[in-house]
Unconditional design. Structure first.
Length: 358
């Protein structure tokens, strides 16, 4: 029987979102403490404090249920940042409504605290929309004060507060949107740089760094889900002879063509890259040994029947392949070593063949 955990153990992204939400909860509790202090000093009615506490508790339960159940993933922003900000604005506005006129200004900085959580998540349009809603909420609260609590409404001070709040929130929205755009550009630049770092310059396929990263990811996924994967080490036969006979430029062409042929027919969940020199690696996700052998034999045959007319029409290039299937909880180095041994076995047994781990 599965044991319930506060944070999901099988989804790191959801766990990260929940940790960030717990930070928002802690901030809300700090604001509730401020409200209690204001009430103790006689500036806020008990009813207002009770409504705010009940509202926060309701939000805590609803948002946690959305995150823990995974329903948040159905929304455009799975972090529910905008919804959390708006709920905080509503609770803070209720607190301001039940606070005496000369102390109501203490809640204006709280509204700015709410904006902090959107600075790094929302764009200019989203932040401006939320700012306008917050301004409308405060304006509605002021109007309700004017109608039902006129003794707590200062005809000169309250419109001034509302105007200053409007200007500051809209300025925050513009600045937050600018920061968000800068972060997006930085993230795009980082992704582009990582793509360059993890690509082999000659063939365009993943390099050793990329393969190591994907192996670690596959191992982690399989250890969690109980599935398996296979890796194949591929080594071009007599490649040194190609360089010696036709030159290194032709050798580079052979590597490029081989990389294209090897990738033909691969699934999107398979990963192929150059491990070093004329040695390549293929990672086959959700694949057992039998399926990996079929793929490897097809790849070997395709390479053998590839012709290099611009180098030598009679030239035939072959590849030796060794396969290993992942064993639960073994290290990446261990599965690589087993695939390497199988590849060297293919070479010692005559090359242009597929061998599996002993």
């Amino acid at each position: 029987m599965a044991v319930f955990s506060i944070l999901p153990r099988d989804n790191p992204q959801q766990a990260h979102r929940l940790r960030r939400y717990f930070l928002a909860m802690a901030t809300s509790l700090l604001v509730l403490y401020f409200m209690a202090v204001v009430h103790i000093h006689g500036y806020m009615e008990l009813r207002g404090l009770q409504l705010c506490a009940a509202g926060m508790l309701l939000c805590f339960v609803v948002f946690y249920a959305l995150f823990r159940s995974g329903l948040n993933l159905r929304f455009r922003d799975p972090s529910l940042t905008g919804a959390q900000m708006l709920s905080a604005f509503v609770v803070t506005t209720i607190a301001a409504y039940y606070t005496q006129n000369d102390a109501r200004g203490v809640f204006l900085p709280v509204l700015l605290m709410c904006f902090y959580f959107g600075i790094f998540r929302l764009d200019t349009t989203q932040m401006t929309t939320i700012a306008l809603i917050a301004i409308a909420c405060y304006g509605f609260m002021a109007w309700m004060l004017y109608l039902y609590r006129p003794t707590e409404f200062d005809l000169h001070l309250e419109p001034l507060r509302w105007w200053i709040l409007s200007v500051v929130l809209l300025w925050f929205a513009l600045m937050a949107g600018h920061i968000s755009q800068l972060r997006k550009e930085l993230a795009d630049s980082k992704s582009a740089l990582e793509a360059l770092i993890e690509r082999d310059e000659l063939t365009g396929v993943g390099n050793r760094r990329f393969l190591t990263h994907m192996l670690a990811q596959e191992k982690s996924r399989c250890d969690r889900s109980g599935t398996t994967f296979c890796i194949a080490m591929l080594d071009l036969d007599f490649f040194k002879k190609v360089n010696d006979t036709y030159g290194h430029h032709s050798g580079d062409k052979v590597l490029k063509v081989f990389a294209l042929v090897a990738q033909d027919g691969l699934r999107r969940i398979d990963y192929f890259g150059r491990y070093g020199g004329e040695e390549f690696m293929l990672i086959m996700s959700d694949t057992k040994m039998a399926g990996a052998q079929v793929k490897a034999q097809r790849l070997r045959s395709n390479v053998e029947h590839t012709r290099f007319a611009d180098i030598d029409p009679k030239m035939v290039q072959t590849v030796s392949i060794g396969i290993a299937e992942y064993r639960r909880d073994e290290t990446i180095e261990q599965i690589q070593q087993r695939a390497d041994k199988a590849m060297y076995k293919a070479k010692s047994n005559g090359r242009n063949r597929v061998e599996i781990e002993a």
